[in-house]
Design a protein around this ligand. Sequence first.
Ligand code: BTN
Length: 255
Amino acid sequence: MLTKKIEWHSHYFHTVSSTMDMAKDLLKQGHTPPFYVLSDQQSFGRGRYERQWQSPKGNLYLTLVTPLKNLESAPFYAYITALSVLDAVRDLLPNIAHSLTLKWPNDILLNSKKTGGILLEIQDDKIIIGIGLNITSHPQDTAFTAIHLCLTKESLSPQDITSAITQQFDKWQGIFEEEGFGPLKFYWLDNRDPKHQQVSIHPNRGEPGECCNNEHQIQGRFHDLDGRGCLIIEEIDSKGIITLTKHSTGDVFFI
Ligand code: BTN
């Protein structure tokens, strides 16, 4: 497959509240996608479920905005983006390529610790994709242990990683448009963190900003992804009866 060369317009800032909000402001001002917003730091970076995303200088704070052909394809952008970030970082940091994996739904891990996260929002017929990648530092106080990419002397500039991510995004979006979710699913499964064997999933039906909803947590074995990207977990009860449950959202922990 030949990757279509997409012209991404860039908007670069030293500081913004959140690249997600800046992307929405730019849409309001009439900027047409595809474009991206890159900032050195954020004063109110946010993660999934309205959690705070610490955003000091040195890490990547990037939002991509692209047209969404139909609402049904929105969940697949979590996979398009996660695979793009994985391939981009692997290309730029070959020394740690083999230690990079994915955690459902769309976290990037290094040595089974979180080094990057993705946030998807929809506005009209556009998808707004936030990508945070810990490059030179990581937060200490997170529910899932964090890590940063450049642990030794190597360095990675946010500009270089952005251009690698947009190239990979064009590639994976092209594959998805031509062949559907199948190839993305298999690549994701091949690259999922091996600690996925036994997991607990916290559905997060709680308050914005809440860490996890322990009351509704489900524990079981990783079974598969379905055709829409939902996680299928195998629960075994005390009598040994196996039930398969499907999850479209939530936080996964390894147990
Ligand atoms: C997660 O919770 O794992 C997703 C984190 C997404 C953080 C990125 S940083 C760039 C963009 N701007 C934000 O405010 N959030 C996303």
